[in-house]
Write a protein that binds this ligand. Structure first.
Ligand code: UDX
Length: 484
């Protein structure tokens, strides 16, 4: 099929476009970001994503994907048009829909431009499915509909569908090829069937066996993936409710963690024991610094705002957010308990800046929020992150917002080497659970610290081993170890 992805140089748009191209579709990714489009044409991905390099290269080489700034020549022969532009949070939590509105206006402007003669599909074949991938409030699709219906007929020229994404950063391509479900909200059977055909290779069939998608032929060989056909509003709510639920699990376990500390229980043991109940499961029960990143908090805030706008007080959702926001303060307070409340001119080595491991994305990273607080109290911050190094370009720097930029500027020095970051420190603070931090030589680190103290706000390290090395160690919701 022929597909156009608008917002195609952004995270969701790029992963979606590449995934569809790899399934064998002919894809055009359109984006207004000139620099990113230029890089992508050269086979250079502006985002870090497991396995993205080879997928980009082979699909460019095979001519299955191209990148452009021009919507007009991309739309002409497309059967499905994805809207995958950003919907950042505004101050009040409301999703900023300006990019979505602009795309809808541009679509209308380009809809009836002539096709290239060699690709003409006939005068009656201007029907296209407009699939909204961006996470937008229930009702925002009506805005898009309103714009398109100024000149086009719904059901004849176009149909709208909501096709939310559930891609985790760092594993987005994997999640594209191995989804737990594909959700399509629509009000026309024709549109639903078009989307079903688009994803046919992933939806798979009973003959499937190995769990892999054959990239060359786009054949599904894994177990069938549920294809959820629903209405537009329910599809959008599935996305919001899923992210809010994941956030709720994290806030829940963080609350339990603080309680565990007071009661002498170990939250890792508790979460492990809880997760064995199949009604509960193990996922998203890791206590730590709370949820950060570009999605969970944004979507939760947006859902709270949607609830209020519809006359409902979302008490539970508010507590989930509130628990997460308090986590940063509590982590700072606990650090003070360990090394003294006066942080002025104390040197803190921060391990981890990204909002989670395997990404260089620092948007809404809880680590940067902690750093900002420590700086306010006069601490010196020496930081390390495996993927955020002094000269390295930052992911999504254009959409990071002033908070993230200000926080990264607040760091006194970012080191390429964690040992250098820890040299002369009063405490090491682990803020992102990069697995490599568990493999460091903590004897070497101890010998160069002013004070052998580790606050592991991600519960990553072996507390007993560190205690044996003479460290004062604390995690979140686990037994503290005093230095001998
Ligand atoms: C999330 C959703 O998982 C994905 O389905 C959605 O489409 C986009 O938002 P992502 O933002 O990439 O994906 O991050 P995710 O892997 O879910 O982690 C979010 C945050 O929660 C991170 O800061 C992580 O450190 C934190 N987290 C996660 C915990 O604190 N504890 C956990 O048990 C799990």
């Amino acid at each position: 099929m022929k597909v156009c992805v608008i917002g195609g140089a952004g995270y969701v748009g790029l992963v979606t476009g590449l995934g569809l191209a790899d399934l064998g579709h002919r894809v055009v990714n359109v984006d207004i970001d000139e620099a990113r489009i230029a890089r992508l044409r050269q086979g250079d991905s502006p985002i870090h994503e497991e396995g993205i390099g080879p997928v980009l290269e082979r699909n460019l080489e095979a001519g299955r994907i191209r990148f452009t700034q021009e919507l007009s020549d991309s739309l002409a022969d497309s059967e499905v048009v994805f809207i995958a532009v950003g919907t950042p949070s505004q101050g009040d939590g409301q999703a900023d829909l300006s990019a979505v509105i602009e795309v809808a206006e541009n679509l209308l402007r380009c809809w009836n431009l002539p096709e290239r003669p060699q690709e003409r599909r006939g005068p009656h074949e201007r029907y296209r499915v407009v699939a909204v991938k961006s996470t937008v409030p229930v009702g925002a699709i009506d805005l898009v509909r309103g714009i398109l219906c100024r000149e086009l007929r719904e059901g004849v020229d176009f149909d709208l569908v909501s096709n939310p994404e559930f891609l985790r950063e760092g594993q987005g391509l994997h999640d594209f090829f191995h989804p737990d479900r594909i959700v399509v909200g629509a009000c026309s059977d024709r549109a639903t069937q078009t989307m079903r055909a688009l994803y046919a290779a992933i939806i798979g069939g009973p003959a499937a066996a190995s769990g892999e998608t054959d990239a060359e032929h786009g054949q599904a060989t894994g177990p069938a993936v549920p294809f959820v056909e629903t209405d537009l509003a329910s599809a959008q709510m599935i996305k919001y409710a899923s992210n809010a639920f994941l956030a709720a699990r994290i806030s829940f376990i963080n609350e339990i963690a603080w309680l565990c500390e007071r009661l002498g229980a170990d939250v890792k043991e508790v979460a492990g024991g809880m997760g064995l109940d199949p009604r509960i499961g193990h996922a998203y029960l890791e206590a730590g610094l709370g949820f950060g990143g570009p999605c969970l908090e944004k979507d939760l805030k947006s859902l709270i705002q949607i609830a209020e706008a519809n006359g409902y007080e979302p008490q539970f959702l508010r507590s989930v957010l509130d628990r997460n926001e308090r986590q940063v303060e509590e982590v700072v307070a606990k650090l003070k308990q360990m090394i003294g409340s006066l942080l002025y001119q104390r040197t803190i080595a921060v391990f981890g800046l990204a909002f989670k491991p395997n990404t260089n994305d620092i948007r809404n990273s809880a680590s940067l929020k902690v750093i900002r607080r420590l700086k306010q109290e006069g601490a010196t911050i020496k930081a390390h992150d495996p993927m955020v190094s002094p000269g390295a370009p930052l992911a999504h720097s254009e959409s990071m917002g002033s908070d993230a930029s200000a926080s990264i500027d607040a760091i006194d020095t970012i080191f390429d080497d964690p040992y250098e970051a820890a040299d002369g420190a009063d405490a090491v603070l682990i803020l992102t659970d990069w697995p490599q931090y568990a493999e460091l030589d903590y004897t070497r680190i101890r010998d160069h610290m002013v004070n052998p103290c580790i606050f592991d706000a991600r519960n990553l390290l072996d507390s007993k081993a560190l205690g044996d090395l003479g460290y004062q160690y604390a995690g979140i919701g686990v037994a503290a170890v005093s230095s001998r």
